[in-house]
Design a protein around this ligand. Structure first.
Ligand code: PHE
Length: 330
């Protein structure tokens, strides 16, 4: 029994086989157990002899079983370690990195320029009251100039703001008549418009407002020239054309020079502005006899389109990664 067992045991190849053999030899119904159980029938002289032999056999068998068991455990561990090995010298996998949207980048650049001129940044709600969006800007109900900005009304009194100019009223109210006031107000605006390459029902503006004693049109022009040159380069020129806005008087539209790829220099309109209308100053809590001011509203997309040579305003809103990725390093 012993030599047979030892021979078979040495040959086992799997943990399962070993477990089966353990049962066969030293299990409850195993061969060895049988022998030990049968000892009761032996004579007093035979018993110690057989017992000793049986114990030896058991020890020998168990020794082999344990040794084999250890071998299996060690082999399995080695196998697992080999499979789990990490090669720390392999190059890393690149993590996809997000970027700031080109519109936000241009807003940040514009904010930086105006912060450098001593402005602070203010924001206002996108769902705005009729009062702030129109009435306080000298656009009473039924005023024909309301047609300039076809709007999305939420209720009779609430609409998606059509420009960032309502924030100049809010800024004036917050200043409580204390000058100087110098703010820019960036944000999304909405107009009922059909989308095409140059129009969108939603776009971005930066409103600027300065109020103090003795503010003149030349201050406005100097400010905008400075802005245009910081944004587009030192050789940029600006041109003011008479225009109309109910909240400014006089009002102008401003063009900047833009050099096309073929070298041709053209004028492109980028903003509307003017001297704050006395009625608007008054509604904002400033005495028009004492204070004057200027305001401007810049179209952010226009600036971005010019600066980066983009051919369709819809690229900004379609979330096409091929477009957006081009701005990740700017
Ligand atoms: N709010 C005007 C517009 O959206 C722009 C503007 C702002 C004009 C401030 C004058 C002064 O068209």
């Amino acid at each position: 029994l012993k030599s047979e067992a030892l021979e078979v045991l040495e040959k086992v190849a799997t943990p399962k086989e070993l477990a089966d053999l353990r049962v066969k030899y030293s299990g409850k119904k195993g061969a060895l157990t049988e022998v030990l159980r049968g000892m009761g029938k032996l004579s007093a002289e035979e018993r110690p002899v057989v017992g000793q032999v049986a114990n030896e056999v058991r020890e020998a068998i168990e020794e082999v079983i344990n040794r084999k068991q250890e071998e299996f455990v060690r082999a399995e561990t080695n196998e697992r370690l080999a499979a789990e090995k990490i090669d720390v010298t392999l190059p890393g996998r690149g993590l996809p990195q997000g970027g700031i949207h080109p519109i936000n980048k241009v807003i940040e650049q514009m904010e930086d320029i105006f912060l450098g001129m001593g402005y602070s940044v203010a924001e206002g709600p996108q769902a705005e009251s009729d009062y702030y969006n129109f009435e306080a800007l000298n656009l009473p109900k039924n005023h024909p100039a309301r047609d300039m900005q076809d709007s999305f009304y939420l209720t009779d009194e609430l609409l998606m703001r059509t420009h960032t100019s309502p924030v100049q009223i809010r800024a004036m109210e917050a200043a409580k008549g204390k000058a100087p006031l110098k703010v820019i107000c960036p944000g999304a605006v909405y107009r009922r418009d059909d989308d095409d390459a140059t129009h969108s029902f939603q776009f971005f503006q930066i409103e600027g407002l300065v109020i103090d004693k003795g503010i003149r049109m030349s201050d406005l022009k100097g400010t905008l020239l400075q802005f245009a040159r910081e944004m587009f380069g030192e050789s940029t020129e600006i041109r003011l054309r008479p225009s109309f806005f109910p909240f400014t008087e006089p009002s102008v539209e401003v063009d900047v020079t833009f050099v096309k790829k073929n070298g041709e220099r053209i004028w492109i309109e980028v903003l509307g502005c003017g001297m704050v209308h006395p009625k608007v100053l008054e509604m904002g809590g400033f005495d028009p006899e004492v204070y004057s001011g200027f305001a401007f509203g810049i179209g952010v997309e226009r600036i971005a389109i010019l600066k980066y040579g983009i051919d369709d305003i819809r690229h900004f809103y379609s979330n096409d990664m091929r477009f957006l990725k081009q701005f990740s390093r700017i």
